[in-house]
Ligand binder design. Structure first.
Ligand code: GLN
Length: 385
């Protein structure tokens, strides 16, 4: 077997889903909603099931879906995006990120990754032959030290990966932070690859800034995102990449040979979602704001210490107090997470799977669940105390 496959493990996030399913726990590990997609989209899908298309769509994405994405991103970036030249539809944000890395990295190249980070970036770097340079986001605000970031840039990286809003911290990067990153990316001539799958899950007063919309940044930015979270369709596996033509053309070649294309019936049905007006996104934000506030209040009432996400649907909960108890002596966060799944009936993700640093006192929970399920989770979590 290749050396490559021995250098990373399977995803702990997705492993926790399997452990959760095995033990019949409530899954607050892998983030996905337990409510259905918008009815207009599932209605469209039913119709498509009967009428098609059922064969390949254009490799780079069904033209009408690319057009809808280009329209959305043109507004977001405040520039005209050409759907034929600058947009690629992928199998989830996952493939978009992988394509982006394979498009810009040669074996041995370096990429900057903020830590904690969404675990895919580590494996994506390995699969594209690149080596991550980790820059810590420092709690409680998850800010970065500008000097540490510049030291990373001095190592001549090819790209910086920018997850905003950030998984698992819930951090929303500020414009000021973006200006620093923008300046360094110009100074050291580096690409920026964004992951914006939570772009619509942002809580007041925070606002999403598209890195590609900053002055002069479009030329060096590969923007990736997904339809999974915005339309509650994580199983449809639809994402996209937007980049200047010469970069997008290369990413299209990578995608062509990796997957040939995303599922055509699902692409057709997704167009309906992309054509929703602004009120859909406002409503989504309202729904998630309610869930966040409700869940955090519940955690407070139990007396669990946690982060307050500015975006995303993730919370990091501090489990130090439990790990100090005689019952859990010697356990790490992974073992505690498995114990919790089996004995409390709520599945988290151990925090260590997101950190480069030696951090073992956190678990990540998500709150993309109905109020009833969140109630049941909180009831179960209260038995920890
Ligand atoms: N981003 C989601 C999470 O962190 C899961 C996405 C995935 O598993 N593809 O839980």
């Amino acid at each position: 077997l290749s050396n490559r496959v021995n250098t990373f493990t399977d995803s702990v996030i997705r492993r926790m889903t399997r452990i959760s399913d095995k033990h019949g726990a409530i899954n607050l590990s892998q983030g996905f909603p337990d409510f259905p997609p918008p009815k207009a989209m599932t209605d469209a899908l039913s119709k498509i099931a009967l009428e098609g298309p059922h064969q390949y769509s254009v490799t780079f994405g069904a033209p009408n879906l690319r057009e809808a994405i280009a329209k959305k991103q043109s507004k977001a970036f405040n520039r005209d995006i050409d759907f034929e030249k600058e947009v690629l539809v992928t199998c989830g944000g996952t493939e978009a990120m992988m394509c982006a890395m394979m498009t810009v990295c040669n074996p041995g190249d370096k990429v900057i990754v903020f830590s904690p980070f969404y675990e895919n970036y580590g494996a994506d770097a390995i699969l594209s032959g690149a080596e991550p340079i980790y820059v810590p986001l420092i709690p409680p605000n998850f800010n970065f030290d500008v000097n540490v970031l510049e030291d990373a840039f001095k190592q001549n990286p090819k790209a910086l990966i920018l997850c905003n809003p950030s998984n698992p911290t819930g951090k929303v990067f500020t414009k000021e932070e973006f200006m620093i990153i923008a300046e360094l990316s110009v100074k050291y001539d580096t690409f920026v690859i964004t992951d914006e799958v939570y772009e619509h899950l942002i809580y007041e007063p925070y606002k999403h800034t598209y890195f590609a919309s900053l002055p002069g940044m479009y030329e060096r930015t590969i923007s990736t995102s997904s339809l999974s979270k915005t339309y509650s369709i994580t199983g449809w596996r639809l994402g996209y990449l937007v980049a200047p033509e010469e970069i997008a053309e290369c990413a299209k070649k990578v995608h062509d040979f990796l997957t040939v294309g995303a599922p055509s019936p699902l692409q057709e049905a997704a167009v309906v979602g992309l054509n929703f007006d602004e009120s859909y996104y406002q409503e989504l934000k309202k729904t998630y704001t309610k869930k966040r506030d409700y869940f955090l209040k519940g955690l407070d009432e139990i007396g669990l210490k946690h982060t307050t996400p500015q975006g995303t649907y993730f919370v990091l909960v501090d489990i130090s107090e439990f790990l100090e108890l005689e019952q859990f002596k010697g356990m790490n966060d992974l073992e505690f997470s498995e114990w919790m799944t089996i004995n409390i009936g709520v599945a988290p993700v151990p925090g260590s799977s997101f950190f480069r640093e030696d951090v073992n006192n956190l678990i990540r929970l998500h709150f993309a669940r109905s109020k009833e399920t969140l109630d049941e989770c909180l009831k179960r979590l209260s038995t920890l105390k």
